[in-house]
Design a protein around this ligand. Structure first.
Ligand code: B12
Ligand code: SF4
Length: 547
């Protein structure tokens, strides 16, 4: 039995389940979001030889600790193990916080888990298996680290035992073309995870293998939207550029370039006009970039090894070739000053000026296994705990500003929650992109896009103004014209307006949308590649909170 966060499909558990099934084991994947009592019921019914828990978000650790306790007190006595970034890098804390665990599987888990299950099933000693951490009395024992998999194509395709999510009836599936990241951003634990284990850090699959998996999913599961969850899609430098070109060739060869669309994550410095035009014409419809900061000082602190101009250039290039994008952005980081906050606001205004996508930002959090967390600890600024990592700003007024921002603006209502303005606008834009690529031209489409752009522009402008004014109150003691009920009313107003417009358009075209789906076609791919767009004629696409 494998337990993890299943929303949008958990590829880690998918690979683990596939490897175990290939060896003849029956595996059930269970969603951690279910009622714990139901999980206990499933465990009782299955009576598994082992339960593997996947902890990919460290702030879930308390929830896992409570679940494991509940399972044990309900006499589920099989082997409990756990894997993921946090348990791999912070195995001692994991074993301490979750005492019911028998072991922790460190780094990539496929081979280690299989060997562990074989040993448990055979009643053999598992304590020497490579890649484990476990308690022995008062001590924590580490076995030899397990090397990273050399050839990802030796793995079976990940299991996907769930009904896929869909946009307008078009099925979505996550997929991986590579593992690992060669960069060293200070706020990210990905590179530490892959560097702490022996072996090659970045491994790519063969383009033909990736396309084969996509073909299988398209034919057997009806998937038309693929989300590449690679940390950093292979694009950068000669070797990966060749890889990306080969991938595009394979998509054309298989015919998939005219049947499916796909999204990937990359850095801004990988955005190359010619390559991205080729990828766009092979189905790429959405690019997620970790822009992270609009201030040079912020980018340096985050060790992005990129500058603001490169970030702006990437956005401009994507817009000019009609590719929609999403971005990650940290309004606040440990080096923040009021000047950098203002630079960040200005940067967001610049990239969002055309209402192309909703504003999003967060505050950098010092996750375990990241260089920035170690640095904050070294300088005595680290605060909080594993579930709520935190730090002191250099200027205490910035901490006060952020606390006040949370009171003035319901951040979960504006940006982060499921029903937040940004999330809902993101979905609306995502639908638009799907309509553009996968459905025939709908009556009133241009007008609807124009309306979406207008709502996006106005809501972005208001939110950024509130943030800026509040920062001025703390930096310069300027009076603040905003009160929480005013901001809240504006938020609700934007949301209501959006839902009204969206529903009117989508339900107004319901018949065409359903007919298209029933006929299994409607792809608007044309023989000629999409028109090149001049900056003045930029399509106002973009954004989804799907990432
Ligand atoms: C896809 C993804 C998501 C998906 C999740 C889909 C899902 N259900 O899995 C979505 C979009 C929902 C998501 C959301 C978020 N994410 Co996210 N996400 C990722 C991403 C890019 C890829 C995960 C993945 O599929 N990896 C590929 C698989 C094959 O690798 P894996 O999961 O690591 O599994 C392997 C090993 O770890 C190990 N293993 C893992 N589990 C287990 C279990 C057992 C029993 C064993 C033996 C081994 C084992 O073996 C696996 C196979 O080799 C990662 C980055 C990353 N590289 O992991 C970030 C990442 C996990 N996300 C992160 C964050 C911060 C978030 C958000 C908070 C973002 C936000 N601001 O909203 C939200 C949180 C959502 C929530 N619950 O509240 C951080 C977590 C940081 C931390 N230390 O906690 C990561 C690491 C990104 C980063 N650079 O910091 N995310
Ligand atoms: S943030 Fe992205 S580019 Fe930077 S190290 Fe992490 S995965 Fe790599």
């Amino acid at each position: 039995m494998l337990v993890g966060f299943q929303n949008q499909g958990n590829l880690g558990l998918g690979y683990l389940a596939a490897v175990l099934r290939r060896s003849g084991y029956a595996v059930q994947v269970v969603d951690i979001e279910q009622d714990p009592v139901e999980i206990v019921r499933i465990a009782r019914e299955l009576n598994p030889v082992l339960i593997g828990f996947s902890l990919i978000f460290q702030f879930f650790i308390d929830r896992y600790a409570a679940l494991l306790y509940l399972l044990r007190t309900n006499e589920i006595n099989c082997h409990f193990t756990m894997g993921g970034h946090f348990p791999s890098l912070s195995y001692e804390q994991t074993l301490e916080l979750v005492p019911e665990l028998d072991s922790v599987v460190r780094f990539e888990g496929e081979t280690t888990l299989l060997e562990l299950v074989d040993a448990v099933v055979g009643g053999e000693d598992w304590s020497q298996i490579h890649g484990l951490a476990y308690r022995a009395g008062e001590r924590v024992v580490l076995t030899r680290p397990r090397a990273l998999l050399e050839d990802l194509d030796q793995l079976p395709y990940p299991e996907r035992d769930y009904e896929p999510e869909a946009v307008l009836g078009r099925g979505i599936m996550p997929i991986l073309a590579s593992r690992g990241c060669a960069r060293t951003c200070s706020f990210c634990s990905i590179h530490t995870f892959y560097r702490a284990a022996p072996g090659r850090i970045v491994r790519t699959r063969k383009p033909a293998e990736v396309v084969c998996e996509m073909q299988m999913l398209h034919e057997e599961r009806g998937t038309t939207i693929f989300l590449f969850q690679d940390d950093d899609f292979p694009l950068f430098g000669q070797v990966w550029r060749r890889w990306a070109n080969e991938f595009v060739d394979e998509l054309h060869r298989s015919g998939l370039s005219r049947k499916v669309i796909w999204k990937m994550n990359c850095r801004a410095d990988a955005v190359d006009r010619d390559l991205f035009i080729r990828m766009r014409d092979a189905g790429l419809y959405l690019v997620y970039m970790g822009l992270e900061s609009g201030s040079e000082q912020g980018l340096e602190t985050l060790h992005k090894q990129i500058n603001v101009e490169q970030n702006l250039k990437a956005v401009e290039t994507l817009k000019s070739i009609g590719l929609m994008f999403e971005y990650g952005f940290m309004l606040l980081d440990p080096s923040s000053t009021f000047a950098s906050i203002r630079e960040n606001i200005q940067f967001l205004r610049t990239i969002l000026a055309d209402g192309c996508l909703p504003v999003t930002f967060c505050r950098m959090l010092p996750y375990d296994g990241t260089p920035i967390k170690d640095e904050l600890a070294r300088t005595g600024r680290l605060r909080g705990d594993i579930c709520n990592p935190d730090y002191d700003f250099l200027d205490p007024r910035i901490g006060e500003f952020y606390e006040e921002l949370k009171k003035l603006v319901s951040l979960s209502g504006w940006i982060h929650g499921l029903k937040a303005v940004t999330t809902q606008l993101g979905w609306a834009w995502h639908e638009v992109a799907t309509m553009e690529r996968l459905f025939p031209v709908l009556p009133g489409f241009d007008q609807y896009k124009e309306t979406l752009r207008d709502i996006t522009k106005r809501s972005n402008a208001l939110l950024l103004q509130v943030v800026e004014d509040l920062s001025c109150r703390f930096s310069d003691n300027r009076p603040l014209a905003w009160a929480p009920p005013v901001v809240e009313q504006a938020r609700k107003g934007f949301l209501d307006e959006l839902l009204k417009e969206r529903d009117a358009f989508v339900y107004g075209n319901e018949e065409i949308l359903i007919d298209t789906l029933e006929q299994g076609g409607g792809f608007t791919f044309v023989d000629d590649p999409p028109l090149e767009l001049t900056p003045e004629k930029i399509l106002l696409d973009t954004s989804t909170s799907i990432n």
